[in-house]
Ligand binder design. Structure first.
Ligand code: TTP
Ligand code: MG
Ligand code: MG
Length: 455
């Protein structure tokens, strides 16, 4: 058996001279489900196996069409493919959440507008997203991993990092990974891909190298061959803005990034970001796994069917806003969590995204209380443009426990006085600063009075 020697390999010439201590070798797996939402849908629509399938949009028409088909055919798996909704029938502003691999061959994928996707693959089957179902499968596959006694970092609905440092060899870690893939398939009938590497950065890249059902290893010894030819955007943390800026500097691949000089990057990206870019290009990442199973935040957001005017469309916006808060409360209740902070996100018709948040002493998952705090955030937006996207996020999550009896709602309870801050996403970097609540004459009239928390 070969000994694991994952931290050996090339080192950047300009990495800090102080990096003398060799960290203990680690072995991290990144596990990511294959075409997750689409694969979950294929379980109940097996007749769509191998076909171009897109999940996305919240079109009522599509959902009604499916309900009628179900009533007509009795069972979902009996519905004739020819009768099912197609991408070309879609009208609206919804986006693709995911596409089956067959659909991706047409150049469509997550985040693309459904109507744009329809120009590339008009005959793709279109299904409305069923998040409750996806969350259930997410719980199931993570339970399989936990049941094997493995420590994991939950990275969202379809992916986790797993600490496999206890494995005596790389071969053993590979065997364990294959076994995990089989156990997850047995429990869910879903496939996943795994990347094995000495850190999270490389493991995340590795899991994407051979999808679906892949098992890939990416060590420092192989970064020249496997990592460097990839475009910089494959580094998790290099977003579209950074990638565009790097491209403008003639840096397209990770190899070109690794060959660039820290001082040159610093002229464009600032000191710590430049250092991170160089380190990442050399596969250096010492972040530990965050082994909590607790979600850090829960959010709900919606891209509006059309850009809405904050005043003229206030009634409709108020309704959508209240609905988001209620959905958030339901999510928290399902997960048996309370929150101590709320933030509201608004993207305007120029795609500028701003957030306002508030934290409060009395944790809650009561819809009216959440709506109250969210509306306090809402009042602090300038509302100078039409609104494209509206979102509400609950943070500061705690496990549900008995809320101490309080005779009053947040408005009159001095302990519930909120701490406010705001942020504006500029050049991909979020800047946060404290701010005072500003009274604003919009939407509050629609606010329901906060109720006394239940005890
Ligand atoms: P991903 O793991 O990024 O994608 P995927 O599982 O669909 O496909 P792959 O095999 O390449 O991993 O995302 C997991 C799920 O999260 C995806 O099925 C749908 C959802 N999602 C969104 O809702 N919006 C997005 O922009 C992305 C990228 C994913
Ligand atoms: Mg996935
Ligand atoms: Mg994923």
């Amino acid at each position: 058996m070969r000994e694991i020697s994952l931290i050996e390999g090339p080192k950047p010439g300009d990495v800090e001279a102080t990096r003398t201590e060799k960290p203990a070798p680690r072995l991290i797996a990144h596990l990511d489900m294959d075409a997750f939402f689409a694969s979950v849908e294929l379980l109940r629509f097996p007749q769509l196996q191998g076909l171009a399938l897109v999940v996305g949009g919240r079109s009522k028409t599509i959902m009604q069409q499916m309900q009628q088909l179900q009533a007509q055919y009795g069972a979902l798996e009996s519905i004739a493919v020819a009768q099912m909704p197609r991408l070309r029938q879609y009208q609206g502003r919804g986006v693709i959440t995911t596409a089956s691999y067959a659909a991706r061959a047409f150049g469509i994928g997550s985040g693309m507008g459904l109507m744009k996707a329809a120009t590339r693959c008009p005959d793709a089957i279109l299904l409305a997203a069923d998040f409750e179902r996806y969350r259930e499968y997410s719980r199931r596959f993570k339970a399989v991993i936990r049941d094997q006694g493995l420590s994991l970092e939950d990275r969202g609905i379809d992916e986790v990092y797993i600490d496999l440092s206890h494995c005596a060899s790389l071969e053993q870690a590979q065997a364990l990974s294959r076994q995990l893939q089989s156990s997850i398939f047995e429990a869910t009938r879903l496939s996943c891909s795994i990347g094995l590497a000495p850190n999270k950065l490389l493991a995340k890249i590795a899991s994407d190298l051979r999808k679906p059902k892949g098992l890939s290893i990416l060590t420092h010894a192989s970064i020249e061959e496997q990592l460097w030819p990839l475009p910089v955007s494959r580094l998790h943390g290099v977003g579209p803005r950074t990638a565009t800026k790097l491209l403008a500097l003639g840096i397209n691949t990770i190899a070109e990034l690794a060959a660039s000089r820290l001082e040159d990057l610093q002229r464009h990206f600032g000191s710590s970001h430049s250092r991170w870019l160089i380190d990442a290009s050399w596969g250096i990442d010492e972040r530990p796994l965050v082994l909590s199973s607790e979600p850090l935040s829960i959010s709900r957001e919606t891209t509006l069917e059309r850009d809405m005017h904050p005043k003229q469309d206030r009634r409709e916006l108020g309704g959508i806003f209240t609905q988001l808060c209620h959905q958030l409360a339901t999510d928290l209740q399902h997960k048996e969590r309370l929150c101590r902070a709320i933030s509201v996100k608004i993207r305007n018709d120029q795609f500028k995204t701003s957030t306002r948040d508030v934290s409060f002493a009395q944790a809650t998952n009561d819809p009216a209380q959440l709506r109250y705090w969210a509306s306090q955030c809402l009042k602090r937006f300038p509302f100078d443009r039409r609104i494209r996207l509206l979102g509400v996020k609950a943070a500061g999550l705690t496990s549900k426990q008995l809320v101490t009896a309080s005779p009053v709602g947040p408005k009159s309870d001095p302990h519930c006085e909120g701490m406010y801050s705001e942020s504006l996403v500029t050049n991909g970097l979020e800047q946060s600063q404290p701010s005072a609540p500003v009274q604003h004459p919009l939407w509050p009239e629609l606010e329901p009075e906060p109720t006394t928390p239940e005890v």
